[in-house]
Design a protein around this ligand. Structure first.
Ligand code: MEZ
Length: 532
């Protein structure tokens, strides 16, 4: 498959150095080294790629230019007739988004006796949860503790996590694993029934629980079955395009749009949970993405327009190992588990240039440095890349390890003629996760009364960088949390008269700020039409 002569020559160097490389235990970078590396090479520090918001709850703060255009964009409902007096749907808890957080919230709200409805612009399960591969963290083994988990995540997130949220995440993690197991998730287990756990970047203990390398798909399969078995209504191919408030300023529903007919519908609800996921499909700074097709920051736009603050909207996660070759899988996730089970990152000369389990932001920046200033990248049709030396895995752990532990990776590359048991693979950072998002309290409520949020749309749980496996964890812990609190709040709520006055007010602010570009938001789907 590697027909390019430079690649072939480089592979020979990787092979020649492999045995010696395998004996290396590259030292971790010091805090000072990491600091300089990040500031020089991490995309979050490319100041020219950010703009300051002109108005709204985060006025004056910097966000990626692509996101600013959407946050300050024009509403899709301007000039449309919307009959708020006669809602098409009436429910206690309206959940926007059909991924892991939305499904967990729905199950918990249903369990609490609420009438629940999920609305999703694609189908339930079409979400980043489905695409998560390597695992979910929980400190549930001897020698580990939630306190240790907290320290790893707090340090890895540059001491910026909201401490109360992170505390909740790590202390409720063992219960999340138990809940998932009881629902039917098939985690990897040793013959004696104990969970197999591995390291991830930045973890001090082996606490990554996995279902091979399709952990997210296994979790989503189980949650989706549970939602459907409970008979929770799911309205698919229908997006939320604006939140509705009541006359008292509380969130009280959403304007929905049928994605095929473009018909507008009104859903009235006592409480609303946004679980709309991330933003990879905005392709910040032109990066490819590991994200699902629907990851277009919709929840941030809806909530911002209704008056909710964002936390750390300027920080994104570039997963260090996106597939860089061949072009058909450019940007697809190569799970961190590949490094957890023994593969090392090496440059075009076959040299190991970092410890393979540095945290993600540091690893991504080190790869970018190797491919730019150091000139040690392997040229690819899309740019530059480094090798992830996968044959090391079976040399270390024996034949059959790759098929057993990371079969999805093996299949993804095999489809393109690359046998990762024998040949290394080319990787480069890919846009993976939105560290920032909606500010919430520890009961999951945003700045707007009766508007809750869970999952990747939330900011602050992980600080300015998330560790592997803490996102599958947060969708469960905070999804269930939001479902519980939103359903409880719904019991005490009777929505007043519905209104969209906040949308008009936002439009006025937009005009006063002199924003005249025609961007309409939320985006809903990526725009891949070829531009001349
Ligand atoms: O948490 C993640 O983002 C994850 C599990 C990704 C991966 O590398 O597999």
């Amino acid at each position: 498959m590697y027909q390019d002569l430079f690649m072939q020559e480089s592979i020979r160097k990787v092979e020649a150095a492999r045995q010696a490389n395998m004996k290396l235990d590259p030292r971790r970078m010091t805090a000072e080294e990491k600091d300089v590396l990040l500031k020089t090479y991490h995309p979050d520090y490319r100041e020219e790629q950010f703009v300051n918001l002109s108005f709204g709850p985060n006025a004056g703060q910097k966000v990626p230019g692509e996101l600013a255009a959407l946050l300050q964009g024009r509403s899709r409902i301007l000039g449309r007739e919307i009959d708020l007096e006669h809602p098409d749907y009436d429910t206690d808890v309206l959940i926007v988004g059909g991924g892991g957080a939305g499904a967990s919230a729905a199950i918990e709200a249903d369990e609490n006796g609420a009438r629940v409805m999920i609305v999703t612009k694609l189908r339930i399960g079409d979400a980043n949860t489905m695409m998560a591969e390597g695992g979910i963290q929980a400190a549930d083994k001897p020698g580990d503790s939630p306190a240790q988990h907290f320290l790893d995540a707090y340090g890895g997130g540059h001491f910026a996590a909201q401490k109360d949220l992170l505390y909740k995440l790590v202390t409720e993690a063992p219960e999340a694993i138990r809940w998932l197991s009881e629902l039917g998730v098939e985690f990897d287990k040793a013959p004696d029934g104990t969970m197999i756990t591995t390291h991830g970047g930045g973890t001090s203990r082996k606490r990554m629980h996995a279902a091979k390398d399709y952990s997210g798909a296994e979790i989503m399969r189980t949650l989706r079955d549970e939602v459907l078995n409970r008979g929770i209504p799911v309205v698919d191919f229908t997006s939320a395009i604006e939140l509705i408030k009541d006359e008292n300023g509380r969130c009280a529903g959403a304007v929905l749009m049928n994605m095929e007919t473009k018909e507008l519908l009104v859903a009235r609800a006592k409480t609303v949970i946004l679980a709309t996921g991330g933003a990879g499909r905005l392709h910040y700074q032109g990066f490819p993405t590991s994200n699902h097709y629907g990851a277009t920051a919709d929840g941030l736009v809806l909530a911002y327009r209704a008056g909710a603050r964002l936390l750390y909207p300027d920080t994104l996660q570039y997963h260090p190992t996106g597939a860089a070759f061949p072009a058909q899988i450019y940007g697809a996730l190569v799970t961190e588990k590949v490094r957890s089970v023994g593969a090392m990152l090496v440059n075009a000369n076959g040299e190991v240039f970092m410890n393979p389990l540095e945290t993600r932001d540091v690893s991504a920046a080190a790869i970018i440095r190797e491919c730019s200033d150091r000139g040690n990248g392997v040229p690819t049709p899309e740019g530059q890349a480094v090798w992830l030396d996968t044959p090391m895995i079976e040399l270390k752990h024996g034949a059959g390890t790759i098929e057993k532990r990371i079969p999805a990776m093996m299949r993804m590359f095999a489809k393109h003629g690359i046998d990762i048991r024998r040949e290394p693979i080319l990787v480069y950072p890919t846009l993976h996760y939105q560290n920032g998002g909606l500010k919430i309290t520890d009961d999951g409520q945003t700045d707007i009364e009766n508007l809750y949020a869970a999952g990747e749309v939330v900011g602050g749980i992980h600080g300015r960088n998330r560790l592997m496996g803490n996102s599958l964890l947060d969708i469960i812990v905070f999804g269930r949390n939001a479902g519980r609190h939103a359903s409880e709040k719904a019991k005490q709520t009777e929505p007043g008269r519905l209104t969209l006055a906040h949308v008009d007010a936002f439009e006025k602010q937009r005009a006063e700020a002199g924003i005249t570009d025609g961007t309409v938001s939320p985006r809903l789907l990526p725009d891949y039409t070829r531009k001349k």
